[in-house]
Design a protein around this ligand. Structure first.
Ligand code: IPE
Ligand code: IPE
Ligand code: MG
Length: 231
């Protein structure tokens, strides 16, 4: 049976889910925020080490100011509502992405949550916030170049490249799930997904239940992972 340490999710379909119900798109984001809690708890119960959730991409700045403002307020709602539960369940909050470019108060609420949960030893709930994988890769290369300027004996290798990525402290992504029927990666973890199993489900993120999540885990366990080898 395949080991499962790190699950990454593209939480997609909030807007379409809301529209189909006659609500504004923002309602989908709000219900989707509650669902981060539901799926995080399910993942924690399953013994997963890291759950990375794609919350805002570097391309999402293309959306209306109103929608962006709303999305940037959601971390307040999330931590207000669920911090107590996260602490009870020993869940640790981390983030990947460019923090400098998000509103100061949003960055602050994340920093507070990271600080508050920093000693927790259970599952890591990792938010990809203002995250773009191409940027991450270019940033990694520039970080390497900075070091190289001081020591030109350094070599960039497949193994040490990982140390320059936001995800350097996390295990390999075993499984990536995308909701809402779209079958693309949308600039998420391009390097990290090289040998991940991919599952695309029809449900929109707000209606993706812990039961559906568990079905994905069951499907993952049955997959034949060969990593280029032969079994
Ligand atoms: C995912 O849902 C949330 C974010 C990208 C922030 P969408 O907002 O992309 O919803 P759809 O895909 O338009 O339905
Ligand atoms: C990916 O969803 C980003 C997040 C879920 C945060 P998008 O809705 O932005 O992706 P595209 O535009 O459909 O590829
Ligand atoms: Mg979308």
């Amino acid at each position: 049976m395949n080991k499962l340490k790190h699950v990454a999710i593209i939480m997609d379909g909030n807007g379409r889910w809301a529209r189909a119900k006659g609500y504004p798109r923002t309602q989908g984001h709000l219900v989707g925020t509650d669902n981060v809690r539901n799926i995080a708890i399910a993942a924690n119960d399953e013994g997963i080490e890291v759950l990375t959730v794609f919350a805002f991409s570097t391309e999402n700045w293309k959306r209306s100011k109103d929608e962006i403002d709303y999305l940037m307020k959601l971390p307040f709602v999330f931590f207000d509502k669920f911090m107590k539960e996260l602490m009870e369940r020993n869940i640790k909050i981390t983030m990947i992405g460019e923090m400098e470019d998000i509103p100061k108060d949003t960055a602050k609420i994340f920093n507070k949550a990271m600080e508050q949960t920093s000693k927790n030893t259970g599952m890591i709930l990792n938010f990809a916030m203002n995250y773009g994988s191409r940027f991450e890769i270019v940033r990694a290369f520039n970080k390497f170049l900075d070091e190289y300027k001081n020591d030109n004996s350094l070599e960039l290798t497949e193994d040490n490249f990982n140390n320059y990525l936001y995800t350097k402290d996390f295990p390999e992504v075993d499984l990536m799930i995308r909701t809402s029927g779209e079958q693309r990666i949308s600039n998420f973890l391009l390097w990290q997904l090289a040998y991940s199993e991919l599952i695309f489900v029809q449900e929109a993120w707000p209606e993706f239940t812990p039961e559906s999540f568990k079905k994905c885990l069951d499907e993952f366990k049955k997959r034949d992972r060969r990593f280029g080898g032969v079994k």
